[in-house]
Design a protein around this ligand. Structure first.
Ligand code: ANZ
Ligand code: ZN
Length: 836
């Protein structure tokens, strides 16, 4: 054994050993209890920084911990390998996207290994391989079979030179990031998945997700955005045209003072021709068309509008005078695109009414009836009692909602309506580096799916990226021209490719059966291994990736290929690693990123300190769910800790027993017993820290305390055999507790203890109840009911024993002054009170 901690030598050795032994190779047929531990797979963008390491390291700790607890753990890794950056790199550096991607994968794989992360690499997948994307195309076909994939016109960002662009390619000035041309919106025919049809199930099944962070569940619920209300049939007073509104507050309908319509609402075309404000309206509509709906309707955007010159008729009170305004704050694709505005009870309507001097009418009163339209400073949105509402006056507004809908339904001008905020999912991208959509367009048969046995539709290799004319696939004659699978006549391939999101929303199924050439996966295996027991990743995926994955699993369930309906049983979202840096001229703490230039590479840290030290610091940096600041000096503490541990075992190498030997706790000296107790407390605490919410930082703090306690206790060559046997057990336990966190040093020292098999094969330690028992408890000593001090007594001492302890106490004797006590009240483990 070397005196100095030789991380440089041992780390690659242990990594090679795990590989050779197949330590992380998972046999799915193994009968032990399964645990599927999954870390979100990365996009191979280049090299990683220490911030990326955080979730892989946390996943690795859990994997190793579960293995030591006897689980058959599946821990795979792969690459989300299609996507835009590879294609942009191809254009910029004239390298094929595949080459660029595979090179990055090699680089990142090397880094992941150098961190000592254990994966079953035999299961590695990359979504850009035909062996994988063949089945992504199959997922598309399954959705298509179920009628869930359809085409419709949808807007894209359109650059006259580079054709369509992703949102991130459009600058904040609305220009093309590459060529600087002004970007317009253009409608093109695109493929969608009907996720809206699953909105209710996606919401309902969240009751299976009790091991997900509440925040993420809330974000998904908001994204789905279910609203219950009513559709009410207003009419244009002058033309009698239908002007339906969607409202969640029909109870406020007597307070409608104007109606607001989206600037892109088709009804406007008809009205425009007769509008006295035509020019002003057209200018306004045109201006709004250039602003994305999300921006136009943002809370922070100033509300604007123009009066159409028309009025609406309110079916509930027959009022014909409310004005119809075109406004920027109404969305076309929500509800009916028309809002009954109630300024007294809706803040947006209130703001708008104040700005354009429209009337305000209070119809819901508060408890003391003090609301007054003239003095209202903001909308009153709380519950209350109806006023100025005809037959509904004096009703509680919560009761009025169903009553008014029922009344309107009976009269034929209202009906209950549920609206969702979620929109169908556009799965098409007009670019090369993705899985081709398996569809052939035939002049006779229309859009024909490519038969399953003809998959994959291969992405051609010979692509000219230099010409820079949008989607290069759309110019590849050899790819486009084919025959119709149905009628065999000449036909054309779809040239859109599938969104990267679709590749990444089923990969966790493929890992279970990654080399299957006949099917996407064997259902028997996925039914056995799914849902994933623990999924770990960034909160930035709280909505899209996780929602799409849940959706696709439901599609596959409905297609009859799996029997579960949710992919991820438990989810952990880790915080980001930040570092001081400068952005837009401001110095501050920013998420580590290339663009800020505040990244730290793991490579030189691992070179200089070792992977275990980097792992230890990354886990110790703070509560795992919170963002944390990386400080370069922070690595020193973890570095010293591992060096001290090594030294401590080095110093003990001669006098430590060569094998585990029994020892008697009661025969240890008091300090030795205290140390042994600390050891067993550490087992309890570290286990609880890992089990209850990923508290790796506190687990490490407990391990550090244990080493401190060891440093303060002398056990050496002169100690009893009993004590030396205890010390050996302490090392044995400490190394096992450390094994998931700092696996290389744990393995090496474990071998130095004389073990010939990997520490990963050793059982997770269990605390010994005898050693945990406290040796004494503190109880309160009273004389005549007044606190006079404390007594150290054995736990559970009897009343008689407590009386004896009390009478022997000098303080008590002074009070007794030679007299016998009148009475002694003893409460075991709590107090003794001597009455004199
Ligand atoms: C009248 C009213 C009175 C409303 C009141 C609210 C409060 P959620 O809960 O988010 O679904 N709305 C309806 N369609 C809209 C559209 N296309 N663009 C913008 N806003 C729209 O919100 C439903 C409410 O949002 C509806 O109820 C409607 O305003 C507005 F005291 O109707 B409410
Ligand atoms: Zn055909």
């Amino acid at each position: 054994m070397q005196e100095k901690y030789p991380f440089h030598e041992i780390e690659p050795q242990w990594q090679a050993r795990w590989e050779a032994d197949g330590t992380f190779a998972c046999d799915t047929a193994d009968a032990r209890k399964k645990f599927y531990c999954l870390t979100m797979f990365p996009y191979p963008s280049g090299s990683m920084h220490v911030g990326h390491g955080r979730n892989y390291i946390m996943g690795d700790v859990l994997t190793r911990y579960k293995m030591m607890n006897g689980y058959n753990v599946l821990s795979p890794m792969g690459w989300d390998a299609f996507g835009l950056p590879a294609e942009n790199a191809a254009k910029k550096y004239h390298v094929h996207p595949r080459e660029w991607t595979l090179k990055n994968i090699q680089q990142m794989k090397r880094q992941i290994r150098s961190w000592g992360i254990g994966y079953d690499w035999r299961r590695e997948i990359a979504t850009c391989h035909p062996e994988y994307y063949r089945w992504t195309q199959w997922v598309f076909l399954k959705a298509h079979e179920l009628g869930l994939a359809y085409q419709k016109m949808a807007p894209v960002n359109w650059c006259p030179l580079c054709t369509n662009l992703a949102n991130e390619e459009v600058t904040s000035e609305g220009r093309c990031d590459r060529c600087g041309q002004v970007v317009e919106k253009k409608n093109i025919n695109q493929w969608f998945f009907k996720i809206t049809q699953y909105a209710d199930r996606l919401l309902e099944d969240m009751n299976q997700l009790d091991q997900w962070p509440e925040k993420v569940r809330q974000m998904q619920a908001n994204w789905i955005g279910k609203s219950q209300g009513a559709q009410i049939a207003f009419r244009i007073t002058e033309t009698c045209d239908a002007c339906p509104v969607f409202t969640t507050r029909p109870d406020t309908i007597f307070g409608v003072t104007f109606v607001a319509i989206a600037p892109d609402h088709p009804l406007l075309h008809k009205l425009l021709a007769h509008s006295p404000n035509r020019e002003q309206l057209e200018a306004f509509i045109q201006k709004q068309a250039g602003i994305p709906a999300s921006e136009r309707t943002a809370d922070t955007t100033k509300k604007e509008g123009v009066f159409t010159g028309f009025h609406v008729t309110n079916p509930f009170n027959g009022d014909t005078k409310a004005e119809l305004w075109v406004t920027n704050y109404v969305l076309m694709d929500y509800g009916t695109g028309i809002v009954m505005a109630v300024p007294a009870h809706d803040q947006r309507d209130f703001d708008f009414a104040k700005m354009y001097d429209l009337p305000v009418k209070v119809v819901i009163q508060n408890a003391d009836y003090s609301l007054n339209a003239g003095t209202l400073k903001e909308a009153y949105v709380d519950a209350g009692t109806l006023v100025h509402s005809g037959p509904f006056d004096r009703m509680a507004n919560t009761a009025a909602i169903p009553a008014m809908i029922a009344h309107g339904a009976k009269e034929g001008f209202a009906q209950p309506q549920t609206t969702f905020r979620i929109r169908d999912w556009n799965v098409a991208r007009q670019r090369y580096w993705g899985a081709p959509i398996p569809i052939v367009h035939c002049p006779d048969c229309g859009a024909v799916p490519v038969p399953e046995d003809q998959l994959p539709v291969l992405l051609p290799d010979d692509i000219d990226f230099a010409s820079d004319q949008g989607n290069p696939l759309a110019h590849h004659e050899g790819f486009i021209n084919t025959t119709c699978p149905r009628c065999n006549k000449p036909a054309q391939r779809e040239t859109d490719t599938l969104a990267q999101w679709l590749c990444s929303c089923w990969y966790f199924l493929r890992y279970v059966d990654p080399r299957n050439t006949q099917q996407a996966f064997d259902s028997k295996l996925t039914n056995q291994w799914l849902p994933v027991d623990q999924y770990i990743g960034g909160v930035e995926h709280a909505v899209l990736h996780l929602l799409y994955s849940r959706f696709v699993v439901k599609i596959l369930h409905d297609a009859g290929v799996c029997n579960f309906t949710e992919p991820f049983k438990a989810l952990f979202t880790q915080g980001m690693i930040c570092k001081r840096g400068e952005k837009d001229g401001k110095v501050g703490l920013y998420k580590m990123s290339k663009s800020v230039g505040n990244t730290v590479s793991p490579d030189h840290l691992i070179e200089n300190y070792g992977a275990d030290t980097v792992r230890l610091y990354t886990l110790f940096i703070g509560p795992p769910e919170l963002d944390a600041e990386w400080q370069d000096a922070g690595i020193q503490g973890p570095c010293r800790f591992l060096n001290r541990l090594w030294k401590r075992m080095y110093d003990a190498r001669e006098f430590l027993p060569k094998t585990d030997e029994p020892f008697v706790h009661a025969q240890l000296t008091a300090p030795e017993r205290a140390l042994n107790r600390k050891l067993h407390e550490t087992i309890v605490n570290v286990t609880a820290s890992i089990e209850n919410g990923f508290r790796f930082n506190t687990a490490i703090a407990h391990l550090m305390e244990l080493l401190n306690a060891l440093d303060q206790t002398t056990i050496d060559a002169n100690s009893t055999a009993n004590a030396r046997a205890m010390l050996r057990q302490l090392f044995s336990v400490l190394l096992r507790l450390l094994a998931p966190i700092t696996p290389h040093i744990a393995e090496d020292l474990w071998a130095h203890l004389g073990n010939t098999t990997s520490v990963m094969k050793a059982a997770w330690p269990v605390a010994d109840n005898d050693a945990l028992k406290p040796e004494s408890v503190e109880i309160i000593l009273q004389v005549n009911g007044k606190v006079r001090g404390k007594l150290e007594v054995p736990p559970n001492a009897t009343k008689e024993e407590l009386e004896a302890f009390a009478l022997a106490n000098a303080n008590v004797q002074a009070h007794l002054n030679g007299q016998p006590p009148k009475k002694i009240i003893a409460v075991p483990n709590r107090l003794v009170n001597v009455v004199v």
